[in-house]
Design a protein around this ligand. Structure first.
Ligand code: KG4
Ligand code: ZN
Length: 352
């Protein structure tokens, strides 16, 4: 099964070709520099930039993989969730290609792509230690933070156990970085500064610490940082800045790990997968590994390049759907949303 994946849900224009599990090409055009001056993603600019770059990015993905449109078995595209204008560019491109070449078109939920990222095998990197189903998946990205029980590679086999009530973990990093004047995106810069900081220097309180709650909340933590800055002023030296970053990061990282372990215990599962942009975080990866080992659990994280948004994870998820024949043969009248079932919420009902 040879699948082209297209991703344009936020600020990365990406295309990749996957023959499961091998990633034959993986092209990502990041818009980060363009949005940096605004301190966050500007939806209208994102959509315009996707429009400018989608064709060259897709051509490069096909070229690097050494395949043509006619060689493909299917075209997979992120169809939800994301910025609507941004999503439209990817889905229109995929619809047009599928229609013109009479290829199956597969709509993929972006979060399903993230949850399957640890299975991706990049030829130039060592093979991943992929998880066995079922496992607990933690998606921690700029737009989402949620825990899933993952019983298989389809959205219908992924059950949300808890999600954030307000800000996503990555969003908290980005907003706190903005408060400190550290630029966008905040995650990598706070992560780097925190490595030389004292995580116990400032006594920020972890949000929703109750052991029986699998929900997250990060906006109050951001407010704690804002209040600290209002009282003390912006850090006056490098060490205070590092300590501030490390103290904030401790709360985010420990919360993600504690909730994931609580979910594993509740569901009686022994494997936890961390994914989404925040899973690139050094402290989260290291502390997650040691905390899981202490409890006899296995922690699996994707290769760093598969943590943040990419199209290889979309193509990979698309391979399973193509196997099942879940496609609309490129017919433009079918809404991409109807192709893939939405992730289900535990206790019934559909996730909005
Ligand atoms: O998954 P992703 O690329 O895009 C979304 O689907 O949102 O995640 C981007 C988010 C941003 O908020 C960014 O600040 C965060 O991931 N991020 C990190 C790190 N690298 C990226 N957060 C913490 N530590 C990092 N090293
Ligand atoms: Zn993402």
């Amino acid at each position: 099964m040879l699948v082209l994946g297209i991703e344009s849900s936020c600020d990365e224009t990406a295309a990749a070709v996957v023959r499961r599990p091998m990633v034959l090409s993986d092209i990502v055009h990041s818009q980060v520099d363009m949005h940096a001056e605004f301190g966050g993603v500007v939806p209208e600019l994102a959509a315009r930039d996707h429009l400018k770059n989608i064709r060259p990015v897709v051509s490069q993905a096909l070229g690097h993989a050494g395949v043509t449109l006619s060689d493909l078995d299917a075209i997979a595209v992120t169809n939800r969730p994301g910025l609507s204008g941004a999503l439209l560019i990817g889905t229109q491109m995929a619809h047009a290609m599928a229609w013109s070449a009479n290829k199956p078109l597969i709509g993929v939920d972006h979060l399903v792509g993230h949850l399957l990222a640890p299975f991706l095998h990049f030829p130039e990197l060592s093979p991943p230690s992929s998880p066995d189903f079922p496992f607990i998946g933690v998606v921690a990205s700029g737009g989402h933070t949620a825990l899933y029980r993952v019983d298989g590679p389809y959205a219908s086999l992924m059950t949300e156990l808890g999600a954030t009530r307000d800000d996503a973990a990555g969003e908290a990093y980005d907003k706190v970085a903005k408060l400190m004047g550290l630029g966008y995106p905040g995650g990598p810069v706070i992560d780097a500064l925190a490595q030389q900081g004292d995580p116990s220097a400032i006594d920020f309180k972890k949000p929703l610490p109750q052991k029986d709650s699998l929900e997250f909340s990060f906006s109050g933590l951001k407010t704690q940082v804002a209040r600290w800055i209002a009282k003390e002023g912006l850090p006056k030296n490098d060490q205070t800045l590092r300590d501030l970053c490390a103290s904030f990061q401790r709360c985010v990282v420990e919360t993600l790990i504690e909730k994931a372990i609580a979910a594993a215990e509740l569901e009686q599962l022994s494997t936890i997968v961390l994914c989404g942009g925040v899973s690139a975080n050094k402290t989260l990866r290291a502390l997650g590994k040691s905390s899981c080992e202490q409890r006899g659990l296995t922690l699996i994280v994707p290769h760093i390049r598969a943590c943040t948004d990419n199209a290889a994870m979309i193509a990979y998820a698309g391979c399973f759907l193509a196997d099942q024949g879940a496609d609309d043969r490129g017919q433009l009248t079918i809404s991409p949303r109807s192709i893939v079932p939405r992730l289900t919420r535990k206790g019934g009902g559909l996730r909005a």
